[in-house]
Design a protein. Sequence first.
Length: 605
Amino acid sequence: MSVHKEITNLEIAELLRDVAASYQLQDEKKNKFKIIAYERAADAIEHASSELKDLWDEGKLKDIPSVGEAIAEHLDELFKTGHVKHFENLMKDYPKIMFRLLKIQGIGPKTALKLVSEGSIPKEIKQELKEVEEKPTRHLLPYACERSFEVIDWLRKIKEAKRVDPLGSLRRKASTIGDIDIAVATDNSETVINHFVKFPKLTKILEKGDKTASIILPGDIQVDLMVQPSESYGSLLQHFTGSKHHNIALREYALKKGLSLSEYGIKATGSGQRIGNRLKTFKTEEELYKFLGLEYIEPELREDAGEIEVARDNKLPKLVGLSDIKGDFHIHSSFDIETSHDLGISSMEEIINQGNKLNYEYLAFTEHNPSKSKHNEEEILDLLKRKREKVDQLNLELQKNSARPQRLSASDGGQVKSSVKTMSNQFTQRYNGVRKVFNSLEIDILPDGSCPIPLKGFDYLDFVLVSIHSSFNLSKDQMTQRVLSALSWSPKALIFAHPTTRKLNEREGVELDWPKIFDFCIKNNKWIEINADPMRLDLPDFLVREAVKAGVKLTLGTDSHNKEMMNNMIYGVSVARRGWCEKKNVVNCLSLNDFEKLLKGVINK
Ligand code: DGT
Ligand code: CA
Ligand code: CA
Ligand code: ZN
């Protein structure tokens, strides 16, 4: 995840409303125009189609109607420092709870202040505040994973827990998680449940029964536990992994065979069945699916998207895995080319080291393009040239370091000496790690589909990502045209990155004509990214499935702004798996040699 969470438009709007309220309490008459100005700005910002932070980055804060000189200056301080001194001074005399009460319909600043200064807020109002503030949000996958690992580790501490596994949406690796579900195989459910409700960090025990219990963890995340003896553990896993719709479809499929499913096992519905009247139990899910005449269905595929029919025909995909990934196609380094949006914070060298740890063969540096508003074309070309030289120099180093004799020529000069040792043991110790870095960019697609850098700049680049970072509210047709224009800039405009621009729990994605885009990609050798940033996970899984069906090639990129974020690849792989991707659908699964061959073919067209 990014190191500093960026402030959202909604949060800024709320802040400005609090400022307006403070002016109102101070002196309503004197501050009349300020109050109106702040309220108008708050409304405009809440409904703006671009993230304010992005506009600020581009020097376009004033594009938002109603954001005047004074407010723009304060926002500038907010984005630079994280707070605004003037706002803090204004608000410091009023208790925080007062500002929270303003969220309730019909409570203005004066009423709120009165309620707070009277000392006790009435019970009904407290209840209303609770409801307003408890908007149900789903948890991002890494957050839910980390919380679940803590509980799973805790459960594994006792020998009575013979097996512990995640269930539900977490096991299916959905993009967001409502609550965490965990299964335990045990012959002593009482001990396991008693141990579970003693989890040191819990804030509340919701329920404690014979076979199930539920607790709440800090951060308001619920954990449901289900226990069962090992003999029927397969049924428990299958039942509570869901999804609900997969289970409904599976139950219908089983009923046609005269079988009825439950979390305990399978029974015959009529007489004359091969299992008679008694309950048939399953230790594993594999046995269960096999008994039903089905291939094992990976949890990521259990969404009632046709997986049961395909499993019956033994034609399920062999899903791509993390270890198949040979490189990362979306990384922002700290190499400064005076970009339109934020730079990364790790150096190219640090990123290569991290790539080595991840066993990658190649990486692409995809800084944002140099800002158009701050440079003329010549300056942009010059910045791109500097980056090209840096990347060339890094590749030279990488070639020298990798013990690949065919690459060592006389021109390697002094380097040959240090390579002799590695050459001599090339058969026992094949070099593992990054052998090549690609010079790429993440280029903004301007609202009219034009390119913010001169097309001559592509001469310095190996290939680029194109993506939308502003004007999210165009019509579906305009947006589709915008994207297709960008993919037509050059054969090197190759990858459509974070295609819907969605941000989970924050912003819906844009609408695009997907069949048209997929068709264009296939005909013109364009690829679509699965962005692995857990806030994005974009292309979303259901569209990945459509892309795979259409035969579109996909790439995985972590959109890293620091080297640790490169570890997020696993979440991109989860999306790919949920979209039925095999190795052949994902460009990153190619070896360096095969990738370079493919690239050459594509950009020379
Ligand atoms: P979530 O928690 O909203 O992200 O989604 P899930 O899929 O984890 O849903 P959850 O926690 O309500 O239930 C876990 C799985 O248990 C669900 O996918 C289907 C399965 N299941 C089987 N029987 C029932 C039932 O009676 N109630 C619920 N809620 N789930 C059931
Ligand atoms: Ca759940
Ligand atoms: Ca649950
Ligand atoms: Zn981007």
